[in-house]
Design a protein around this ligand. Structure first.
Ligand code: PLP
Length: 464
């Protein structure tokens, strides 16, 4: 690791506990009998019983350890068992476990102040929620109230959460079974140079054409009906799509021109994933509302929120805000958030992420792309990357079809299985393998994980 980085590693002796397969079987039996799981057909899933974790590794009851390249849904930025987070939560639980939202708590106030200090531009007020979906619900509600308009525009190939309006905003197949849902949402195409909806040949052209398209959607939907545009700053589960230069600034300009609130969804990329406090900071753009969750405290206690522009917060100075949550700014969650800021600053996590992204991941994945005929494109920044797998590098035909499942998804499932056999827990989605390890990962662990992925991609090549 570089001299400035102090990645957290497990205390000696805690990494590989004694295997206890019978215990694992009991955990699995309770789970299968009584736990109803997200998204999947319940009969098709086989959840791994996880016994514990430390740093970038977790292990099952059989004694198998996995290097975690998914960060548990791109959430566990500071890794398992981080002593600072554990101690902050323990300490807070002893002195004040919970208070109702209408009272003030020191940790809630300190966390809000710290978030305001690193937020884009002059955004300085925080409404706390329990996670990412409800953060987006509240951001949309705020935009509707301050504009007096109802409609929201969001991108195809986006994910904004699974609650009522958030799932309607979502621009991927997870929305379909929940339709018609919120009737005041319309979708548009965002930039995606590798699969351009606009037949662009350069990133600059893609930005220009995507902006011209967005303006047409605004005009045809009726600018005076549109409360907000919501955008993941870098699209996450739908492919780590980094916007080309000029795109986000252009969205800001369109929002200004038509009186539309710009909501940046930073649930996945906020708090260091790409080496910035917020990804949008790296594009020099200031949205009106920024939503966050996950990395704010590495998911140790559920927490999300909306960071607000002063003009939006001021709208509610003399009017009641119609909304609230029992757990808004829960002290245990906020204590873990304050500790997260302390760790980021002390251990220079942002620098560590940028360094590993530029020096280790980018060149290694470029080599992986050269070596494997199944790799169409690699893209990303910081510790947030996608490897897109194709049948044909010329036509870009995906190795598995969009919305693949069952036999259709087999080639990528086989890559995932090869990674797991080699001790790496991957994040795969349709025709992509993502690279999203905890931000505290050590350089040697990262290099080892990339070796495993490189080798597992031979399995994808064999499916061509
Ligand atoms: N927005 C984005 C960009 C996300 O990636 C996610 C979750 O993955 C969400 C919103 C929803 O967050 P949650 O699952 O906490 O409701």
């Amino acid at each position: 690791a570089p001299a400035h980085a102090m990645p957290f590693t497990a205390p000696t002796g805690t990494r590989h506990p004694l295997p206890a397969p019978e215990l694992g079987a009991a955990v699995r039996a309770d789970d299968r009998a009584h736990v109803f799981h997200s998204w999947s057909a319940q009969s098709l899933i086989d959840p791994l019983p996880v016994a514990g974790g430390s740093g970038s590794t977790f292990w099952d009851y059989e004694g198998n350890a996995y290097l975690d390249f998914s960060s548990q849904l791109v959430n566990l930025n500071l890794g398992h068992g981080h002593p600072d987070l554990v101690e902050a939560i323990r300490h807070q639980a002893g002195r004040l476990a919970t208070i109702q939202p209408s009272m003030a708590s020191d940790v809630r106030g300190e966390l809000a102040r710290r978030i305001a200090e690193v937020a884009p531009g002059d955004l300085d007020r925080v409404f706390f929620t329990n996670g990412g979906a409800d953060a987006n619900e509240y951001a949309v509600r705020m935009a509707r109230l301050v504009t007096g308009r109802r409609k929201v525009l969001s991108a195809y190939r986006s994910y904004h959460g699974a609650t009522a309006t958030a799932i309607s905003l979502t621009g991927d197949p997870r929305r379909w079974a929940n339709e018609p849902g919120d009737g005041s949402v319309a979708h548009f195409f965002g930039p995606y140079p590798y699969r351009s909806a606009f037949h662009s040949s350069t990133p600059e052209e893609e930005a220009d054409r995507a902006l011209a398209h967005l303006e047409q959607v605004i005009v045809l939907e009726g600018a005076e009906t549109i409360a907000a545009i919501i955008l993941e700053t870098i699209v996450g589960t739908n492919g780590v799509l980094v916007p080309p230069p000029g795109y986000l600034a252009g969205v800001r300009e369109l929002c200004d021109r038509y009186g539309i609130v710009y909501i940046a969804d930073e649930v996945m990329v906020g708090f260091g994933r790409v080496g910035e406090w917020f990804a949008v900071n790296g594009f020099g753009v200031v949205p009106d509302l920024v939503t966050f969750a996950k990395g704010v405290n590495s998911g140790y206690v559920p927490l999300g929120g909306v960071i607000m522009s002063p003009w939006i917060a001021a709208y509610f100075d003399e009017r009641p805000f119609p909304g609230g949550l029992t757990y808004s700014g829960h002290p245990l969650a906020c204590a873990a958030g304050v500790a997260t800021f302390e760790v980021f600053e002390r251990d220079r996590i942002l620098e560590h992420v940028r360094d590993l992204g530029e020096r280790i991941v980018a060149p290694r994945l470029a080599a992986v792309a050269d070596a494997h005929p199944s790799v169409g494109e690699v893209r990303g920044r910081g510790l947030f990357w996608a490897i897109e797998l194709v049948r044909d590098q010329g036509t870009h035909e995906p190795l598995v079809p969009f919305n693949a499942s069952g036999a259709d998804a087999a080639p990528v499932a086989a890559v995932a299985a090869a990674c797991k056999r080699a001790g790496l827990w991957p994040f795969t989605h349709f025709n992509r393998v993502h690279v999203a390890p905890p931000l505290v990962i050590a350089e040697e662990e990262l290099a080892h994980g990339l070796d495993i992925i490189d080798e597992a991609l031979d399995v994808a090549d064999a499916h061509l």
